[in-house]
Ligand binder design. Sequence first.
Ligand code: MG
Length: 432
Amino acid sequence: MEYEGRNIVHFDLDTFFVSVERLRDSNLKGKPVIIGGLSDRGVVASCSYEARKYGVHSAMPMKMARNLCGDAMVIRGDMELYSRYSKTVTDIIAEASPVYEKASVDEHYIDISGMDRFFGCMKWTSELRDKIIRETGLPISFGLSVNKTVSKIATGEAKPNGKLHVASQQVIPFLSPLSIRKIPMIGDKTYHLLRSMGIDTIKTLRMIPMEMMEKVLGKNGIVIWKKSNGIDNTPVKPYSEQKSISTERTFEKDTINITYLKELLVTMVEKLAYELRKKEKLTSCITVKIRYSNFDTHTLQKHIPYTSFDHVLLETAKELFDRLYQRRMLIRLIGVKFSSLIPGVQQLNMFEDTPEMVRLYLTLDTLRNRFGRKSVRRAVGLSRNNGEMLEEFIQPAYNVEKDVKEHTNETSTEKRLWKIIRPDYLTGNRRW
Ligand SMILES: [Mg+2]
């Protein structure tokens, strides 16, 4: 098997959220710990190895987790804290590495191909791991191998708090006895499908003709089959190229209509946040830009915990706009940018105690996917007395009753949407 001499490292922090909580409270060490929404309707976002022994795992309903492991310390997630630690780890990796990719809040890939001529790859990576542990106090594991897939699987085998080198000639013997479940692309559905075909280990999967895999799983079948053969040519995407997304609007006629400007800002943030979720990304930096009619341009940015939720992003965008728009002058352009993007989707919403909120987002996005981005949007209302903006609500642009029923099992659409949105939207910072 040819591997064109690549050396790829995969770093993964062990039970990241739990480890951060243990830095904050050393009493949690050695005990079963579960992080997630606190109510019975919450979901497990992360759990310690001690809790896993009882059968607790991520994405499990909190109620079930508590039943399985009554002694567990249950903690609500603190994404702000985790985001800070995540960035510290990224900074340490960035300082040392030629090319690295941030694959999620707790995972990085580093391409160190060619380095072996100068240093031993294993020695270099071990030293970097020691440095991360020394400077953050967080346990972290890595796999070092010929490509991203094999390295990631190797990390999984190295955990907890370990390291594993799989050299090119060891790739096949390393993969063969492992369960197909260890292949990162294989989720529950695919796993059960392949199991029903009698495929259990990666070795068995490798013996299935590629054409058959394609027949059963389409293009993904080919990718999975290649992975089972230790083949994965995907490059480590440099973090600097994990682009930002942005939007801006230049007005045909300069404006000072603050209501209009803020409505536009809301629309822009919504559009970008929808794009984020569609691409399964999270942002941790918002920039708002305004240009006055005399072409003076001002930008202001703020770092926030990783998120893709409108209600979080909107609040920050509005705050930035208010701080920016100091001169009562005509405005020519406004713009919004989300940067420091990383892949990620589910972990954040798991801290929400209200699954309705998460479900609402899913429903709205499903409607948008089906009927276009503008099919549902947030409406901004004005109070009659003083023209201040008081309320925001979701306004369906057409009859969404059926779809909402499908996705949320709710009955009377608009009223329900109102009710769903109210707790989070209207009790917080309603005025801006
Ligand atoms: Mg991890």
